[in-house]
Write a protein that binds this ligand. Sequence first.
Ligand SMILES: [Zn+2]
Length: 206
Amino acid sequence: MLLIDIHTHNCVAEHAIYNCSNGYVADKRISIGIHPWHINEKWEREFNTIAEIAKADNVVAIGECGLDKLKSPVSIELQKEIFRAQALLAEKVEKPLMIHCVKAYNELIPIHKAISPKQAWIIHGFRGKPAQAEQLLRAGFYISLGEQFNPDSAKAIPAESLFIESDESNVAITDIYAAVAQARGTTVEELALQTIKNAARCGIIL
Ligand SMILES: [Zn+2]
């Protein structure tokens, strides 16, 4: 069965988007971007490199990028500037945006509103409660669940807005699908078919 892993740093799965930060890997489907933890004074140069690489066919998403109020070494204002640049790049190259967001949804949602993107914005590694999920869904985001998800949220998110990921986990993607399917009271098969459809809708073919 084809189980899409929408975001991974390990890339053992076949149908996965491998996040290789700002280094280019030619032989995999990758996402590329500047993570809020890894912003330094060279970010503009890094961004220009990413903007060039982003045109390549095997780059299927921009990111992960985003906002992190706990762990980023720079101010939230600078994070917002760099995130916006990447969101606009995603629009330009017509690829979805893979988002890391910690304690900054109140900053993220207005940026989404202001840009009003055509491309999908996917919140990766969502661990929040249903109310938080609902706020994001209302704004038009997709939500990806990994190893540590809130079961009530897993139940509340509509199938057409959902993705599954392994991220940095050592738990196999098959086991994460099984856990989410169980929380939703559905089967892995049904969940797998839905995430394939969702990926296709976002322009991602894996
Ligand atoms: Zn990640």
